[in-house]
Ligand binder design. Sequence first.
Ligand code: FBP
Length: 264
Amino acid sequence: MIPIDDSPLVRDGKVLILAYDHGLEHGPVDFEAVPESADPRRTFEAATHPAVTSIAVQKGVAEAYYPSYEDDVALLAKLNGTSNLWMGEHDSAVNWGVDHAVDLGASSVGFTLYGGSNHEVEMAEEFREAHEAARAHDLPVVMWSYPRGQGLKNDSKPDVIAYAARLALELGADVAKVKHPGSREAMEDVVRMAGPTKVVMSGGSKTTDRDFLESVKQTIDAGGKGLAVGRNVWQREDPTRILDALEQVIFEEASVDEALAAAD
Ligand code: FBP
């Protein structure tokens, strides 16, 4: 853990990462509902919203598009990632190194760890290399902490998600991105297990404004520090409107009703 509150990833102690690595992780199917969302510029434009503390993308998208947005958007380099085309025990290729990410303007890095996978040992070693390289540049490290694999029958159980948050602390992540465990009480336990590591909720597949904001509100009320979200923003026709509401819930600690009213 290093102090990260002065980094571009954090605003007032909170974090709102706009994730846009789905073209790799899920493929074109994620862009079908809103065809314009296949154009990365649309999500980079959304990331200029003051609520967004960083955009998370893979190397190719960063190389092609970040130079046009580097004055307005902070870059989180998502260092590993794997497509949906490949089947097998959960694993993730390391697609770029920290030095290259820094050359492209990254001010933080992200890394997926599939705890419980048969590849957990190798992934933890790759995380160590990325983590120590990031430390050489004083960059915050965000762990996408997703227990998955043969040994896990249910990766959304609260105790599994609490373990995911603890893994992030134990391995040195500054921010743990975890699935919502289903209730405020369960999220409080997740936050407790993470200690000083900031817990942020993973957005998940698109749902209604109210359901989505309620889960974010539970996370904040439980002591979580924000959100890393993709589809629940850029699969909406108007990403700005939901970002306006998220700004209220995360940074102003508004109620869901207040946030919805402010966004209308
Ligand atoms: P979402 O908010 O759309 O769930 O995005 C967060 C994220 O972690 C992305 O960075 C990643 O591409 C995706 O979820 C992976 O989702 P899953 O592992 O559930 O397929």
